[in-house]
Design a protein around this ligand. Structure first.
Ligand code: NAX
Ligand code: ADP
Ligand code: MG
Length: 281
């Protein structure tokens, strides 16, 4: 298992080509945020925009549109129950994030099914939060998901649901064996997050701490991973994922020198600056 070092940022974050436009930096669609958990998808969307994705669309409950646009006018909106628009927007996207605040109702499951049916081999899909819980209960959907490049981002309980491995038994060998059968990358979030890559490598974070234990911290990570996947195509998928996971905690630990707790929104606000000082010179 390789510890992710600080130089991953310098390796992955490159300066932007002069001849470029928003389309050069990829399209992300974030799907989630029901009537209770609008904040989750707004944080994921906000993180994707601040981490540099060129165009970001948020597919969420209609109830969240005013809050979304008050926070983030840069994001586009679609009603996630509008199947036709959802389909079209997924087709146009490079990276799909599904799950933050999606909920686990029949409607949530229908949105997950529509999303999976719209995937192609060119897509990255980041499956987080409620979408992991839904897939654990609807395992027939797992094989259809494999058409795309999949990144699961479970916390330990979500991984227990999806993998069937109880939290105390989540050792490297068992985790990797389950990850291989899922044909997906797995970012197992905890103190010292572990990343199981489809190329067989395993990385581990050795930064971050309890100042990050606030609701929305994982939702924010999904947006950063999405933005890194759709931008830094000169490096491998595994390096892009490792760099995204690393910068999330690096920003948090840097802010924790001044703050007792670091909020997801604090990390989002600092990302543009931290990426600038970390980029390849
Ligand atoms: N502001 C918002 O709208 C927020 C919405 N959220 C959404 O709420 C939905 C439910 O997610 P939750 O994770 O809250 O609930 P879950 O029920 O999925 O997971 C929480 C349970 O897992 C256990 N657990 C064990 N190990 C854990 C670990 N390492 N990290 C976290 N929990 C661990 C906890 O004790 C608890 O019983 C998701 O869709 C999520 O995206 C949360 O992200 C919180 C913030
Ligand atoms: N004590 C801790 N040390 C290191 N990282 C932590 C700690 N507590 C939380 N985190 C990080 O915060 C994020 C929490 O993700 P998650 O539980 O999905 O949050 P949410 O669903 O509320 O957004 C993960 O990246 C996790 O590694
Ligand atoms: Mg979460």
């Amino acid at each position: 298992m390789k510890k992710i070092a600080d130089d991953i940022l310098n390796k992955v974050i490159s300066s932007r080509p002069i001849i470029s436009y928003k389309g050069s930096f990829g399209r992300v669609i974030t799907i989630g945020g029901n009537e209770e958990y609008g904040g989750a998808i707004i944080m994921a969307t906000n993180a994707a925009v601040h981490a540099g994705a060129g165009l970001v669309t948020c597919a969420t409950s209609k109830i969240n549109v005013t809050a979304l646009h008050a926070q983030l006018p840069e994001a586009m909106f679609i009603d996630y129950t509008d199947t036709t628009k959802l389909n079209q927007a997924i087709t146009k996207s490079n990276v799909v994030v599904i799950g933050p605040g999606l909920g686990t109702t029949a409607q949530s499951l229908a949105i997950l099914k529509t999303t999976i049916a719209a995937l192609s081999a060119n897509h990255f899909i980041i499956v987080d939060g409620s979408a992991i819980t839904l897939l654990a209960k609807n395992r027939n959907l797992l094989s259809q998901l494999k058409i795309a490049n999949v990144i699961f981002t479970p916390h330990e309980m979500e991984w227990q649901r999806l993998s069937g491995i109880p939290i105390p038994n989540q050792d490297i060998k068992s985790n990797q064996s389950k990850q291989e059968s899922l044909s997906a990358n797995v970012v197992l979030k905890k103190y010292h997050t572990e990343i199981y890559h489809t190329n067989g490598s395993i990385s581990q974070l050795s930064i971050g701490g309890p100042y990050m234990s606030t609701g929305g911290m994982g939702d924010t990570l999904t947006g950063i991973i999405a933005a890194f996947l759709c931008q830094f195509k000169q490096v491998s998928t595994s390096d892009r994922i490792d760099a995204a996971v690393y910068i999330h905690s690096a920003v948090a630990s840097s802010l924790a020198t001044q703050k007792y707790v670091v909020l997801p929104s604090d990390i989002i606000a600092e990302l543009q600056h931290y990426m600038l000082i970390s980029q390849k010179k």
